[in-house]
Design a protein around this ligand. Structure first.
Ligand code: GTP
Length: 598
């Protein structure tokens, strides 16, 4: 079809507002996917995603739609991941589009992620079509929801579409609105080839598959392409469109969305946001918006069994082929032996990687508590970035420390404003503003240290608001604070994986809570185990675990044998996740104790 009949769009929404369900309906209505092949949520095709019910990887689908005007249009739906860790990927997907459906659950209203996504869409100058979903629900209030969108987001909602993705209501209206309101791509076929990568993944047989939007010019099978930011060049073996399964084509032109492959070794060579050009042709400027992946959260990964160290390295290398944001380097700890210090975009990214290492690579790991990256200034003016609390230089060697700050937006029913303010203040938050969205709900904005968010902030937010509040945050820079390193000694031995960086004013409180928690989490042994929290040479809190008196099985005397077996089995399972620090067996949970202090 001519470029005037192409429409490229995304769906943006808060989690659970119905993005995937709507995408499925669009694919079905346009006959892109046959009904009998429709397995729930076609676009999220990774198992992990399906299980967690969240979208973490982008995909795309091409639909053909015969509109009311009798013409056939090509509609390219570009999916976006639904989590703050991946907002860079979201912004690149949006940059590949001219329009976006803004899906809002009409029973819930505007949530934190709705706002964050709308701002990204506006930055990319997209035509935004508001869609009020779930109007089949008795609690749905489309008018109130429109008013929220107008007041908070400032969008005109006179053309908003009422929809029930579940019941298939409003689907045709949405397709017509896309055709009528989303601008066609500019026809720049005559210009030199430039394409924007909005997704790429590693395939063991074909190498990296790159998803892209042709911004200018044309590209053909056999062309040698150059990825401008990585500087890598490859010859295209396969070129095609996602219909939604990969369908080969000979060439792709300005405005079109497609994929290519060409024995590309690793995703880092063809990363999201990079610009594809034809090698050796006239130079072009790269498309704007490319950013380096910067890991924000770090943790240590140690195999329970030291023999698994080489397997862990292999697994991390394999995952990295498919994940340009994953960083790792070897870490040796006197307490833990050999492992890796790994960097992630955020907590969800960290959890996904950990889960894969354990599930797909059968590794048994001890994972240390997440840390952010500190800027440590020394007296001579030099600065080092420290992502591991155990490596924070001693107090006399440093002048001051800066830590990363985020601006966090929380949207909550007004009854929970008090508990949320208390939470933010406990986490060293500085109040920025409070806005009423409606009479019943408001947005609270705070600035606070990222280190206080990557613990259990989200869980606390949910539990303090019975699940009703939502949140979203972004980095705003580094700030200087009075920070100290809190060390832990177990049985007289320093235990560096438990070291943590805290604000001076909270150090005593955290020290006490941490020693108490460890006392609870570390199983008794045959001897008494002292636990101490220290700052420098000073002990600020101490506890001790009493020696075990009897064998565990003593409890079963006279009891039945199956119970005894069960107990032994349970013990054996518990053992798997233990690391011996000196003479003491420390369970996995103890390494995360700092996250469970509230
Ligand atoms: P993430 O992938 O986690 O971002 O969620 P999502 O926005 O893709 O939401 P999803 O499509 O998974 O829908 C979330 C839940 O809402 C599911 O249980 C859907 O069945 C339900 N749902 C989606 N659309 C409708 C609707 O129109 N009406 C009703 N009643 N439920 C809906």
């Amino acid at each position: 079809v001519p470029v005037s009949r192409i429409r490229n769009f995304s769906i943006i929404a808060h989690i659970d507002h119905g993005k995937s369900t709507l995408a499925d309906r669009l694919l079905q209505f346009t006959g892109t996917v046959e009904d009998r092949l429709m397995k729930g949520q076609f676009l999220d095709n990774m198992d992990l995603e399906r299980e967690r019910g969240i979208t973490i990887k982008l995909q795309a689908a091409r639909m053909k739609y015969v509109a009311a005007d009798g013409e056939t249009y090509v509609l390219n739906l570009i999916d976006t991941p639904g989590h703050v860790d991946f907002s860079y990927e979201v912004s690149r997907s949006l940059a590949a589009c001219e329009g976006a459906l803004l899906v809002v659950d009409a029973a819930q209203g505007v949530e934190a992620q709705t706002l964050a996504n709308v701002y990204l869409a506006l930055e990319n100058n997209l035509e935004i079509i508001p869609v009020l979903n779930k109007i089949d629900l008795p609690g749905a209030d489309a008018e109130a929801c429109k008013k929220e969108i107008e007041d908070v987001v400032g969008l005109d909602t006179s053309g908003a579409i009422l929809c029930s993705a579940k019941e298939g209501i409003g689907i045709e209206d949405i397709l017509e609105a896309i055709v009528a309101r989303v601008p066609a791509p500019r026809d720049t076929t005559k210009e030199p080839f430039r394409a924007l990568i909005f997704d790429s993944y590693y395939d063991a047989y074909r190498g990296v598959i790159v998803y892209f939007r042709v911004m200018d010019g044309e590209v053909r099978v056999g062309d040698t392409v150059r990825f401008m930011n990585s500087g890598k060049e490859y010859e295209i073996d396969d070129l095609g469109v996602m219909a939604p399964n990969q369908l080969p084509v000979k060439a792709l032109y300005a405005g079109e969305v497609g994929f290519l492959s060409g024995s590309i070794r690793a995703v880092a060579d063809a990363r999201v946001g990079d610009t594809i050009t034809i090698a050796g042709k006239r130079a072009v400027t790269p498309l704007p918006g490319y950013e380096q992946a910067v890991p924000m959260v770090f943790c240590g990964l140690f195999p329970v069994d030291a023999d698994q160290f080489p397997d862990l390295r292999d697994a991390l290398e394999k995952l990295q082929l498919n994940d340009a944001a994953l960083k790792f380097e070897p870490e040796t700890s006197s307490a833990m032996g050999f492992g890796f210090r790994c960097g992630f975009l955020g907590l969800l990214h960290m959890e996904i990687v950990q889960e894969r290492l354990e599930r797909e690579y059968n590794l048994n790991l001890i994972i240390t508590a997440p840390s952010v990256v500190y800027k440590v200034h020394s007296a001579d003016g030099s600065v080092v970035m420290v992502d591991n609390p155990a490596q924070l230089p001693a107090a006399e060697k440093r002048a001051f420390i800066e830590e990363p700050y985020v601006r966090i937006s929380m949207i909550t029913p007004k009854d929970f404003v008090g508990p949320l303010m208390e939470l933010a203040q406990n986490r060293r938050g500085e109040f920025t503003e409070m806005k009423y969205i409606t009479e019943a709900r408001c947005e609270l904005v705070y600035e606070l240290p990222l280190g206080e968010v990557v613990t259990d902030f989200f869980d606390q937010l949910k539990s303090r608001t019975k699940g009703y509040a939502s949140m979203e945050y972004h980095l705003i820079g580094y700030r200087r604070n009075e920070l100290v390193r809190l060390d832990l000694n177990i049985n007289g031995e320093p235990c560096d994986p438990l070291a943590t960086i805290v604000h001076r004013d909270k150090a005593y409180q955290v020290g006490r809570a941490l020693t108490e928690k460890l006392k609870e989490l570390i199983p008794r042994q045959m001897f008494k185990i002292p636990i101490q929290a220290t700052i420098g040479a000073k002990v600020i809190a101490s506890e001790s675990i009493a020696a075990m008196r009897k064998d565990v099985l003593a409890k079963c005397y006279g009891g039945d044998i199956s119970r005894k077996k069960k107990l032994l089995k349970k013990q054996a399972e518990g053992k798997k996740r233990m690391k011996s620090l000196g003479k003491v067996d420390v369970p996995q949970e103890a390494f995360m104790a700092v996250l469970q202090l509230e």
